[in-house]
Design a protein around this ligand. Structure first.
Ligand code: SF4
Length: 444
């Protein structure tokens, strides 16, 4: 597409993508840690999907045992720096902190976790874990996102020979490519990749399983396979004009922005983002920060039905994003390039469901459209795996052990849940590794 938004100066781009939550200093981290009440039945720990011992790691900050604190965190979560920066802490650990009940500011758990992990990486990632004796078995992992990395780290400590196959040249999956740069930069994700490689996990990048190597070959080569392939296919809007130049899918757009070559990302002057989930919000705020003059979020339902978190909604509104609720795009118009979108107003009826209101058409003059109406895993690839069951586009697993219909294949993360948080994927990967260990130990 053509770049129609004005280019910004390098300083302006850096300011627009500067971190939303800067790091704590040593003094402020210690003061914050000392506010913690070290609750016995800590609700913060219960609300973390990876169940990090939160009072435990905070206590170690108070006693200046920062490496011990990092160990406590990593025992539960292998991508703890990413989670410290990208987790919706407001609805997870910090949302559950007892201080909320006292109408006081909750402990800044995310920033404390970041403080500990930053120190760990700055200290040169000293060894904190002992590996079990080698088991002479190998596991192939497809995808180096949070689920694959967590699974790989756990399995290698359990004594397995682990190889991760990653189609991208830069590993890290969603952590490297899908998180808005003002939350986290790619270099942070790559620190975690380096740490996990340091444990002994091999990562082969630029290898697309199904093309560079067949799934049959991997099933032959490894004793078990873990699928951590995330979501890569965007559904179509199924409206006329969808193939015009200037119509993009949100994941590819966000991936381009993550390259941090801000002035090379093509951006429209007026942008419409279709959808109102967290990915849509990221795409909209990133478009605005790249210099788009007007950015709309077009959503077919009401504000109360958005899947985006409230704090993300507020962030986008503060960035000047315009929300059009109960609005359904019915046609994208233009000769070669997008020129406008025709929308209709919608209403929701308890019995009839969502319907379009007759004669409610309105026109949005835009030169870029970003589709953010959800994603699913790569279907052709999934169909090529023998005995795998797929439901609603997602891999079916036994949630007790993450095993798929093919006993040798396990799966976790977004490809089994349709898209949750990084922290959920990290938990799945870790638990799947333990199930793989049980499966391979039983078949030894
Ligand atoms: Fe500390 Fe809050 Fe967790 Fe209690 S709930 S242990 S105060 S962080």
């Amino acid at each position: 597409m053509k770049n129609t938004a004005p280019l910004l100066s390098p300083k302006e781009y850096e300011a627009n993508f500067a971190e939303l939550h800067p790091p704590l200093t040593g003094i402020s981290a210690k003061a914050e840690a000392e506010r913690c009440l070290y609750c016995f039945d800590s609700p913060c720990t219960k609300s973390c999907p990876t169940h990090i011992d939160i009072p435990g790691f905070i206590k170690k900050i108070s006693s200046d045992n920062l490496l011990g604190s990092a160990k406590t965190i990593l025992e539960s979560n292998w991508v703890a720096l990413t989670c410290a920066k990208a987790c919706p802490v407001q609805v997870l650990c910090e949302g559950a902190c007892v201080y909320n009940g006292k109408k006081e500011k909750p402990i800044e758990i995310g920033r404390l976790q970041r403080y500990v992990m930053d120190n760990y990486f700055e200290s040169g990632m000293p060894d904190l874990f002992t590996k079990a004796q080698g088991k002479n078995k190998s596991v192939g992992i497809i995808g180096s996102g949070p689920a694959g990395l967590a699974c790989g780290a756990e399995l290698t400590l359990l004594g397995y020979d682990v190889t991760i196959y990653e189609s991208n040249k830069i590993p890290g999956g969603l952590n490297s490519w899908g998180i808005a740069p003002y939350k986290m930069r790619q270099k942070d994700s790559l620190k975690e990749v380096k740490m996990i490689k340091g444990l002994g996990v091999k990562i082969k990048t630029g290898i697309r399983v199904g093309e560079a190597i067949s799934i049959d070959k991997l099933l032959e080569k490894h004793d078990a396979i873990f699928l951590g392939i995330g979501l890569s296919e965007s559904p179509e809007l199924k409206i006329p004009g969808e193939n015009l130049k200037g119509v993009h899918d949100a994941l590819s757009f966000i991936e381009e922005v993550k390259s941090e070559k801000w002035d090379e990302v093509k951006i429209g002057k007026r942008v419409a983002v279709i959808g109102a989930g967290n990915t849509a919000i990221d795409a909209a705020t990133e478009a605005k920060r790249l210099g788009a003059e007007q950015v709309y979020i077009v959503y077919r339902r009401a504000a109360s039905q958005m899947s985006a978190y409230e704090f993300e909604f507020i962030l986008a509104k503060n960035d000047g994003v315009i929300f059009l609720f109960n609005s359904v795009p019915v046609k994208i118009k233009g000769k070669k390039y997008v020129k406008e979108i025709i929308c209709k107003k919608s209403r929701l009826d308890n019995q009839a469901g969502l319907s379009l209101i007759p004669n409610s058409d309105f026109v949005l003059p835009v030169d870029m459209v970003i589709k953010a109406i959800g994603q699913k895993p790569h279907q052709d690839f999934l169909n090529s795996i023998p005995k795998l069951k797929i439901r609603n586009g997602q891999v079916v697993v036994n949630f007790k052990n993450y095993q798929t219909g093919n006993r040798k294949v396990f799966a976790g993360g977004d490809c089994i849940n349709g898209g949750k948080e990084v922290v959920n994927a990290a938990f799945d990967g870790k638990m799947a590794a333990r199930s793989i260990d049980n499966y391979l130990s039983a078949s030894a």
